[in-house]
Each structure stands twice: as structure tokens, then as C-alpha cells.
Design a protein around this ligand. Structure first.
Ligand code: PGA
Length: 251
């Protein structure tokens, strides 16, 4: 991968006021960044606001969730074409909080991935093991199974133009970052697994690391050969911290 990606998942933290301050600071600070695609993922009601704030910037807009359905009588859902209408380019699917707190199965995640692709947007497919699964040495089985559920529905070729985010559940919001070696080991294994199905896809797919990434840990993580950037939660709410992670992705 030539261009690294640094993606900021704001989760359910936003207001029109804080969005303005945060986005304006990011736009100003990101102007000097090169060779790194910065992306922000605000909560859905603010997509229009942040789209306008980002108008003259190279920072891309992402959404945190999407319906698996195209349109119709699905109260409360937001379709991929609606997201596209607000300038969204990237959509998170299968974040561990959605899997664990909102019961999203591998099948639902795969359907959402397909809906995003069908609308011409780029899914950011989140996969990762829990602490219990890591301790049971099931990490690779878990992440490969989560990947395979998507491949079974859409075919491996669709991964070439998607983003995968490896996020060990035990490292999300906990301050426990996977060591660069632990992260690299899984990233390499994900690429090796994909290579058994399509070597070109394995080379092209962009694989981000996520889980308590901050300005202090980003350099070493991004130096690993199979890590193509980061998906950042907590630190993405602080403009200076998020920009510092963007800088780490450049070097
Ligand atoms: P964190 O969140 O950086 O706060 O651990 C990462 C994520 O959930 O994407």
C-alpha cells in the first residue's frame, strides 16, 4: 500500500459545537499532511454538518453504521445511498461494539458490507478477537472466520477495494494497545489467509490496526510492514492527538 490511512471513529461523542471546533482544527492541521488519507466518522445526524466543514479539505467523510437494506419500511435505518448523498466515502461495518452490544452477526455484517459496495462506497470491515479468544489461541480462527463470512457473500475480489481494520476487542478503549509485533503477526496472517484465495487481493487490501492507538504508539505500529494505517477512537476526539497520529503515518 502506498497511501496510509488514519481514520477517526468519533463513536457517540459529538455536538454541533464540538464538531465545528474539532473539524476546523483538523482541516487546518491536515493541510500539510501528504501521503496519508485522513477520514473522520461522525455520528449520522452530523454527516451534513461535517461534510460542509470538510468541503475544502482532503479529509474524507465516513459513517459509523449503515443498514443492510436498500430502502423501504425499515424504521430508524439509514441506507448506504443516503450516506452517499451526504458525501460519505467510507463506512464502518462490523465494529466490535455493534457486534457485541447490538447483536450484529457475521451474516448481518456481510450483508452491510455488500450494501456499502452496491452503493459504490468503501467498507471498513472491522474484525478482531476477544481476550478470551486470544487466550484460547483462537485469534486467527476468529478473524479469518469473520473475513470468510464476507467473502462467502460477496466473493474475495471485493476485498481488493475495501479496507479491513484489525481491532483486538481487548485493546479497544482500554488503553491496552497490541504490541507492534502482536499486531503485525495478525496483519500478516490476514494477508496470508487472503493469499490462499487470491494473491492480488492479499497485496492490495488495506489493513488498519485499531485499539487504543495514540500519538505515542502510532509510530511503531505504522512501521510494521503489514500495517497500512490506524482506526482511532478516543484519540480522534482530540485534534492535536489525531493530527499527530496522521504525522506518524507519513514517516
Ligand atoms: P479506541 O477505539 O482507539 O478508543 O480504542 C478504537 C475503535 O473502537 O475503533
Amino acid at each position: 500500500m502506498s497511501t496510509m490511512m488514519v481514520a477517526g471513529n468519533w463513536k457517540m461523542n459529538a455536538s454541533t459545537l464540538t464538531n465545528t471546533d474539532l473539524t476546523n482544527a483538523l482541516v487546518a492541521g491536515a493541510a500539510t499532511l501528504t501521503n496519508v488519507q485522513m477520514v473522520v466518522f461522525p455520528p449520522a445526524p452530523y454527516l451534513g454538518q461535517v461534510q460542509e466543514l470538510l468541503a475544502d479539505s482532503a479529509i474524507a467523510l465516513g459513517a459509523q453504521n449503515v443498514s443492510d437494506k436498500a430502502q423501504g419500511a425499515y424504521t430508524g435505518e439509514v441506507s448506504a445511498t443516503m450516506l452517499k448523498d451526504f458525501g460519505v466515502k467510507y463506512v464502518l461495518v462490523g465494529h466490535s461494539e455493534r457486534r457485541s452490544l447490538y447483536g450484529e452477526s457475521d451474516a448481518i455484517v456481510a450483508a452491510k458490507f455488500k450494501a456499502v459496495k452496491t452503493a459504490g462506497l468503501i467498507p471498513v470491515l472491522c474484525i478482531g478477537e476477544t481476550l478470551a479468544q486470544r487466550e484460547a489461541e483462537a485469534t486467527l480462527d476468529v478473524v479469518n472466520g469473520q473475513l470468510q463470512a464476507v467473502i462467502d457473500l460477496v466473493g474475495v475480489a471485493e476485498l481488493a477495494t475495501a479496507v479491513v481494520a484489525y481491532e483486538p476487542v481487548w485493546a479497544i478503549g482500554t488503553g491496552l494497545t497490541a504490541s507492534p509485533e502482536q499486531a503485525q503477526e495478525v496483519h500478516q496472517a490476514i494477508r496470508a489467509y487472503l493469499a490462499t484465495q487470491d494473491a492480488a487481493v492479499a497485496e492490495q487490501v488495506q489493513i488498519l490496526y485499531g485499539g487504543s492507538v495514540n500519538a505515542a504508539t502510532a509510530n511503531e505500529l505504522f512501521a510494521q510492514s503489514d500495517i497500512d494505517g490506524g482506526l482511532v477512537g478516543g484519540a480522534s476526539l482530540d485534534a492535536q492527538a489525531f493530527l499527530a497520529i496522521g504525522q506518524a503515518a507519513q514517516s
